[in-house]
Structure formats: structure tokens, C-alpha cells
Design a protein around this ligand. Structure first.
Ligand SMILES: Nc1ncnc2c1ncn2[C@@H]1O[C@H](COP(=O)(O)OP(=O)(O)O)[C@@H](O)[C@H]1O
Ligand SMILES: [Mg+2]
Length: 509
């Protein structure tokens, strides 16, 4: 495509290498002025890298960038900001104990005549922006006191304050409630109607359908084309993203719950600072059912899981597993009561990255006879066993099974953890954010596995910050707010709106 002033951004033939690895292989991006343009791709496809190039954080090895039809060189974020490009990163970069205004002007202080920061003038400008875009943000509030959705608006304000005409949002909805996502989409529409151009990176198809005009797809660093969203569908986008048809619907039959396998009563758990994060929580999970916990990050999910798995002390209350109390015993004891765990942070808890794939598949099982030759691991036995799991779970290491875990992609690492945990044939399976950071193809696999485990008769506790996941996979949905279960519903008897309300501390009519 020719460079043209009808396009706010054009990136042509972009190549970016990291050492021997080619992250972007001649990628094109043509973003029409005054539109919302989505960039879709699996994890690791190169989306953030492409935008980091546009924002001047990385330099492309080949290719050209045009803004409004003119070729530009963007050597740094300062250059990018000077050319009217703003970027809101995946992880916010705000200072917690500074106010909204202080954060917005940080690094861009308006200096008075004697070089003293003119806070009043800056604050006025912030108030003007807040009003102009209907942002509902208090300029004097401290960042630590406002919701994640508001923090994101502060990041957007920060870009607008610096005169951004082109706004890049990297995975902006990952941390938001449904209501906050609605608000963000409203803001994006409003910005576009006021002349801005927005590039949104996401792997959430539903949000692309709702927010974007066009969508460019990148698959493993290769540009797969741009589609008119109005003429596309979620299924079409998913297929283009992963290169095959994916089943977006979670297929399952009704649950046949048996007896209660996991029972939590009046549980209270404190965090490291001694603050109660779980406050008198009650929960039952029966054999053959999936209980999903819906809730926003930080409402006690981590502490609940840590208490059940005995990684954290329970202050009071009981946790009963197969009719035996296990609270405040040991992770080993819980494991021996047939509880398997898919942890939320696979790097911290799930895998030992420098170890081999095969060693990782038997972590926690080292003392089982099958793999033991005295105190040494029997590597031949291990290799045969690993090869079986690799086939069964379609784990795709690039080389042989002697490969180190760190060489696997996120999706394959997660499959390796799930393979390990499921191979224990547990009575109870705890899945904490099991699809975090995975693409739709891998998500489909994880969901199928959870349902297969349920159908085998396992009791499954799913804790996820992805509301769609909880709604699609769970037989029973429990809403966690402020350390308590504030509502429990059979699947299909509650909608997203109602759950969102409870998750935000509201009440149903
Ligand atoms: N600074 C870097 N050094 C080495 N490799 C990188 C760097 N940044 C990104 N990569 C690699 O480039 C690929 C694309 O990454 P990224 O652009 O972050 O993907 P996405 O945003 O689509 O999930 C990944 O394989 C990633 O590991
Ligand atoms: Mg990214």
C-alpha cells in the first residue's frame, strides 16, 4: 500500500530480530485516521514489539514508518511523544503515593518563570482534560486509592496531556470489570469522534467485535492481513489468529455432582502484612462439578488458594478435604490428600525453568518408586514417561524432551504443568488462573482438560479473573468480594451484568 495522508499510521515491511530470533518478519500495518484499529495475535506473536517500535522503544531492523503519509524516524519515546504518539503499557507505570495530577505531569513539568513547577496550571489543564473527555477521575486522589479502571484512565490522560493524537493501548481490558470495559469502549469511541486514532492490542475477540473498525492479525511475527470487523466474526478472527478452526464455545454436558470433597468453613486468612484478605469464607466443591470463583484480582483469591494448599496459614476456620481437616498442615499433606494444583504464576510456583521438561513432569513425585534408582532419578524411565505425556497433552517442545523448560512457549509450559497435575489423577483439582497469558488455541485445550477431569469425577475449584472463563466453564459460580462469597449461582441463572455488579461490591435488586 502507498503512503497516504488518509492513514494516521503506516508501518511497512517491519523486521525486528532479537539475536537469531525474528520477532517480526516484514509486518505491515495501515491504520486509518479517526478509527479504532485492533492488533490481534496469540501470545508472543509480536504485537507489543511492533508497538514498541512505533513508540520509539525499539528500533526496527528493516522497514519504514509513515505518519499522515510522511515518512518519519522515531528514535525514542520522546520523539514519539513529540509526533503525537502516546502509549499505555500493559503494566501501568504510575507512582502509587503520588496524586493523579502529579502522575500526569511527571516527566513533563510545566515550569514557571523561576523554574518552579507550576502545579496550579498543570492541575487546571488536567481538570480541563477530565471534563472534556468525561473521565470521572479526581485529579487530587492518590493512585493507591483509586480503582484499576481509573488508573488506566490516568494513563490515557497522561498521553492526552502530552498532546497524543494517536493512542496505543496494550491489552487494556485484561484488568477491568465488565462495567469498566464498557466505560473504556465508550471513552475510545469518544476519543475517535474527537479526532484521535486508537490502536488497541488484544487477544479478546469479543472486545474487538465491540470496539474496533479494522483488525490486523499477526501470527508468529508474520502479517496475516487486515479485516473489516463489521464483515467478520469472532470465529473468523480466531481462525485467522491461530491458523486453524477453534471451538470458542465450551462444550460440556450437565454436571452430576457427588459428595462434597472440598469444604471451607468460616475461613479467615491474612496476607503478609497481617491484613485479613479472606474474611469468614464458606465454600463447598463436590465431586464431578466445577465451582468457579468470579472476582476482581485482590479480593482474597491468592490467600484462599494459599490457605487451601497450606502455603499460607489460616487464622481461623476449617478446610476439609475428603472428610479430613488439612488447614495449617503442610503442602505435602494436602498433596497426599489427592489435591492437585495448577498455580497462577507458573514461573514462581509451577515450573523449574532451568530443569528439563522431563524432570518437571515429575516434580513432587521424585520419591515414587517408579522413577527412583536409589536416590537418583531413573532418566530412561523418566524419558519414556515424559514422551507419553508430551503426546497425550500435545506439548510441543521445539527439540527433544531433554529440552529445558525455559525454552517452551507459555502455552506449552502451561500444558506441561497441567499434564503433570492431571497425571496424579487427583480427587480435587485447583486451577488458579489456568489460562493466564494463553492464546485461544491453548485455552480451548485447558478448558477441555478441566471438563474431562470433572467428568472423570474430580472436584474442581476454578479461580479466574476472566469472567467469561468462569461463566463458560463452571457448573456453579461463586462471587468473591472483599474476602467473602457474596453470591452463588448455578450456571445459566446469572448474567455478566449481575456478576459484574456483585464483583464491584454492589447488590442485586
Ligand atoms: N527484548 C526482547 N528480547 C528478546 N526477545 C524478545 C524481546 N521482546 C520480545 N521478544 C520476543 O519476541 C516475541 C514477540 O513478543 P511480543 O511482541 O511481546 O509478543 P505479544 O505482545 O504479541 O505477546 C516473543 O517471542 C518474545 O519472547
Ligand atoms: Mg504483548
Amino acid at each position: 500500500m502507498e503512503a497516504s495522508p488518509d492513514y494516521a499510521v503506516q508501518m511497512h515491511g517491519i523486521v525486528k530480530r532479537f539475536g537469531k530470533f525474528t520477532a517480526l518478519d516484514h509486518v505491515d500495518l495501515d491504520v486509518r485516521k479517526q478509527t479504532v484499529h485492533a492488533i490481534l495475535g496469540e501470545n508472543g506473536a509480536g504485537k507489543t514489539t511492533l508497538m514498541n517500535i512505533l513508540y520509539g522503544l525499539y528500533q526496527a531492523d528493516e522497514g519504514q514508518v509513515f505518519l499522515n503519509g510522511s515518512k518519519v524516524d522515531i528514535a525514542s519515546p520522546t520523539d514519539a511523544i513529540g509526533m503525537g504518539i502516546g502509549m499505555v503499557h500493559q503494566h501501568f507505570m504510575l507512582v502509587e503515593n503520588f496524586t493523579v495530577t502529579e502522575n500526569i505531569i511527571l516527566g513533563d513539568e510545566v515550569c514557571g518563570a523561576v523554574g518552579i513547577l507550576d502545579m496550579r496550571r498543570a492541575r487546571e489543564k488536567v481538570v480541563e482534560l477530565v471534563n472534556e473527555y468525561g473521565f470521572d477521575v479526581d485529579p487530587d486522589a492518590k493512585i493507591q486509592d483509586i480503582s484499576v479502571g481509573m488508573q488506566q484512565r490516568v494513563e490515557i490522560l497522561k498521553a492526552l496531556y502530552r498532546g497524543a493524537e494517536i493512542l496505543i493501548l496494550d491489552e487494556p481490558t485484561a484488568v477491568l470489570t465488565p462495567q469498566e470495559i464498557d466505560k473504556l469502549i465508550e471513552i475510545m469511541n469518544d476519543l475517535v469522534s474527537k479526532g484521535k486514532t486508537i490502536i488497541i492490542i488484544t487477544h479478546k475477540l469479543k472486545e474487538i467485535m465491540r470496539s474496533s473498525h479494522e483488525c490486523s492479525i499477526i501470527r508468529r511475527g508474520v502479517y496475516m492481513g487486515t479485516v473489516d470487523v463489521a464483515k467478520s466474526s469472532e470465529t473468523d478472527l480466531a481462525a485467522r489468529m491461530v491458523g486453524r478452526n477453534v471451538n470458542l464455545k465450551v462444550d460440556k454436558t450437565p454436571a452430576h455432582p457427588g459428595k462434597v470433597m472440598l469444604s471451607v468453613r468460616d475461613l479467615t486468612v491474612c496476607d503478609e502484612r497481617g491484613i485479613e484478605q479472606v474474611r469468614g469464607l464458606n465454600l463447598d466443591v463436590r465431586a464431578g462439578e466445577i465451582v468457579g470463583i468470579a472476582g476482581i484480582d485482590g479480593n482474597g483469591q491468592q490467600e484462599l488458594i494459599d490457605a487451601i494448599t497450606c502455603l499460607a496459614r489460616s487464622k481461623s476456620g476449617t478446610i476439609t478435604v475428603s472428610e479430613e481437616q488439612v488447614q495449617n498442615t503442610s503442602p505435602r499433606n494436602v498433596f497426599e490428600h489427592s489435591v492437585a494444583t495448577i498455580p497462577s504464576d507458573r514461573h514462581r510456583w509451577g515450573l523449574v525453568l532451568p530443569m528439563m521438561v522431563s524432570e518437571n513432569t515429575v516434580l513432587e513425585r521424585h520419591n515414587e518408586e517408579m522413577f527412583g534408582k536409589g536416590i537418583m532419578l531413573d532418566y530412561d524411565m523418566l524419558r519414556t514417561y515424559t514422551t507419553g505425556l508430551i503426546e497425550q497433552f500435545d506439548i510441543r517442545p521445539s527439540g527433544c524432551e531433554d529440552e529445558r523448560m525455559s525454552g517452551l512457549s507459555g502455552g506449552n509450559q502451561q500444558k506441561a504443568i497441567i499434564a503433570r497435575e492431571v497425571s496424579y489423577v487427583p480427587d480435587i483439582l485447583i486451577a488458579f488462573q489456568p489460562t493466564r497469558g494463553l492464546d485461544v488455541g491453548a485455552i480451548e485445550f485447558v478448558h477441555k482438560t478441566l471438563i474431562a477431569e470433572r467428568d472423570r469425577g474430580a472436584a474442581i475449584l476454578l479461580v479466574s479473573y476472566e469472567l467469561d472463563e468462569v461463566m463458560d466453564v463452571s457448573d456453579t459460580i461463586a462471587v468473591l468480594y472483599h474476602g467473602k462469597i457474596v453470591g452463588t449461582f448455578e450456571q445459566g441463572t446469572v448474567d455478566e451484568e449481575q456478576l459484574g455488579l456483585l464483583m464491584a461490591g454492589g447488590e442485586l435488586q
